[in-house]
Design a protein around this ligand. Sequence first.
Ligand SMILES: [Zn+2]
Length: 429
Amino acid sequence: MLKRFPPKYRTDRDLRDLQRDGLRWTVEHAWNNSPFYRKRLEEFGVTPDTLRSLDDLARIPFTTAEDLRLGYPLPLRSVPPRDIVRIHSSSGTTGKRKILCYTQKDIDDWLDMFGRCYEMAGLTREDRVQICVGYGLWTAGVGFQLGAERFGAMAIPSGPGNLELQCNFLIDLETTVLCCTASMGLLLAEEVHARGLRGRLHLKKVILGAERTSQAMLHTIRDLLGVREVYDIPGLTELYGPGTGLSCRQNVGIHYWSDYYILEILDPDTLVPVAPGEIGEMVYTTLRKEAAPLLRYRSRDLTRLIAGPCPCGCILPRHDKILGRSDDMVVFRGVNIYPGQVDEVLARIGRIGSEYQVLLERKADGKDHMTVKVELAADPGAASSPVAPLIASEIKRNLMVSCTVETVPYGSLPRSERKTKRVFDNRPV
Ligand SMILES: [Zn+2]
């Protein structure tokens, strides 16, 4: 099915060989060219010649965002400065930004991965791709754009915000594919709806990137824009950027490019692999990245692997959507809660909108209290029963915690063009 950007293997055995060779190459490359990795590997008694099989991956020490911060600006650099053709950066939550560097081959590999995303989403060279995400240091804009050009579609680099211009371009340039964050997609979909433009659009597909997407948001975007296909594109600056996988056409998980990197799903506390299908932290090891290779990089993103062959016929493996970050995890009355779990519960309940907030407070009696604010749907219909008690009981059943649910009118919770904050922990430290 993938003809222009096919997997670089045919069987599971081919994949294991390819990953073993890529792992060996990466460790040797890092050992020879990066003082940071050389020191780290030596501390753990790992030398390139001792790596015999993929099982040896477990012996390799982890790399973290803290390493990037402490070694600012380019601790993972494994090529001479003259071979670096670009840098990208993502904002860290504390202190200095994370900066990553790329050789021309890294950029070429990245664009081939992006080409595979567009091919998997069923684009053709006739498509017109409006890219309303951030440019500059951020990987998203340039990644979506150069990926579209590599694929051969027409890129419309409209950038984030400016709903007036976005609406005009959608109609005047007959855009067929929209690339944006889920928050921006929602804003734009509501704008299109408010202006009554839906019937004049040529949109067929939406590709959402760079943000965790709730099912409810996805449905709203799809309905208001009148598109049939909405794809999710995962992205992490440390791992090239967006474009390293794409949600399956049949909506059964995200296919990821296992011929470019190894994905481990580990328990964030014990750092051993979780049981198949369990939630854990995504840990990346690149197989052919030159300028800033990753050796067991802890992303803090949480998901689960999806086992077995995909009904779509694609042999590339799958993980679930990103279910949150281990940093976003809050401990409430001894229970670990991830925002993604709240999304999952709300997605199964009708009559509500896409937006919600989780508020945590400590009451005068010293007990912690959780309130979930949920927007009602734009047109909730004549409800036979209030929806709040149903949400509270579903949260209790799925997350094992009690909460108060407040419903608020559609459109009353804040929207943003980038990432929407949903959990507010107001408890004293
Ligand atoms: Zn599939």
